[in-house]
Design a protein around this ligand. Structure first.
Ligand code: SAH
Length: 241
């Protein structure tokens, strides 16, 4: 059982998309579990205060280290990875999702306001993970993205392993273009090769499409791909040109 605990000031933001489709079925089947902890319950005083102005001045409010530590320490010490979605983190990628999916579960602490007191990040060993180079109002959407990407890779949750292996990023490339019924859409036909029934040629065509797309849209990924597969790349180019 893969256990996920989210600590948030906005429990009503959950389960959100984590409560539909394969993740919902997986949870109903007991393959993973989502627990939501309301950070407000650990707030101080009559008003359950969770924040205070930044030391040294500046705009906004910062989540208090003592409040966040109390919430984290209320969870059993079961060795799960503790993530803090943050624009300062390493950008989240498919390899991280695979790494996270291999463990026993995740604890995700959602930030709000200006962020979180540095001391609790250090003392509780929080792993900062960014969704990308932009700033959200809180960590909830990032938590959902990270949890969804990780849980769908659990073998028992994802019914069809083959579809996972073919996906964008799994081979270092973006996915090839997909087509389905109808055969003709607004005068545009499905490429002939996909109707040829020749599986080897189809696989070659898909790989060359993936490479073209990746080179055009994500030169950074393409450079890594060619570094990791110098021989295959030139052979396939000879075959498909
Ligand atoms: N002042 C901070 C941003 C705070 S945004 C800074 O400049 O770095 C409030 C909260 O939203 C953060 O604590 C974090 O949990 C979440 N958040 C915002 N942008 C994010 C991103 N790109 N990835 C992951 N979490 C993010």
């Amino acid at each position: 059982m893969f256990k996920v605990t989210v600590i948030t000031l906005y429990p009503e933001a959950f389960p959100g998309p984590l409560g539909v489709s394969i993740l919902a079925r997986g949870q109903a089947a007991g393959l993973w579990q989502l627990d939501i902890v309301d950070l407000r319950e650990f707030g101080l005083g009559k008003h359950h205060k969770v924040d205070a102005p930044p030391a040294g001045g500046g705009p906004g409010l910062v989540l208090r280290a003592d409040v966040v530590a109390a919430a984290l320490d209320s969870l059993p010490d079961d060795g799960r990875r503790v993530l803090y979605p943050s624009p300062r983190g390493k950008p989240f990628c498919q390899a991280d999702a695979r790494r996270f999916a291999k463990g026993d579960g995740l604890v995700v602490l959602c930030g709000r306001f200006e962020g979180l007191d540095e001391r609790v990040i250090q003392s509780r060993g929080l792993e900062e993970v960014s969704l990308g180079d932009f700033v959200l109002a809180g960590g909830e959407v990032a938590a959902q993205a990270i949890i969804e990407a990780s849980v769908r890779l659990r073998p028992e949750v994802a019914g069809n392993q083959a579809s996972l292996e073919e996906e964008s990023f799994e081979n270092g490339l973006l996915e090839y273009p997909l087509y389905t019924a109808p055969a003709i859409f607004e005068g545009q036909e499905i490429p002939d090769i996909l109707r040829s029934g020749h599986h080897q040629n189809i696989a070659k065509w898909r790989l060359s499409q993936s490479k073209e797309l990746t080179e055009a849209r994500r030169p950074d990924l393409y450079a890594l791909y060619t570094l990791s597969k110098p021989h295959q790349t030139s052979e396939m180019d000879d075959d498909t040109d």
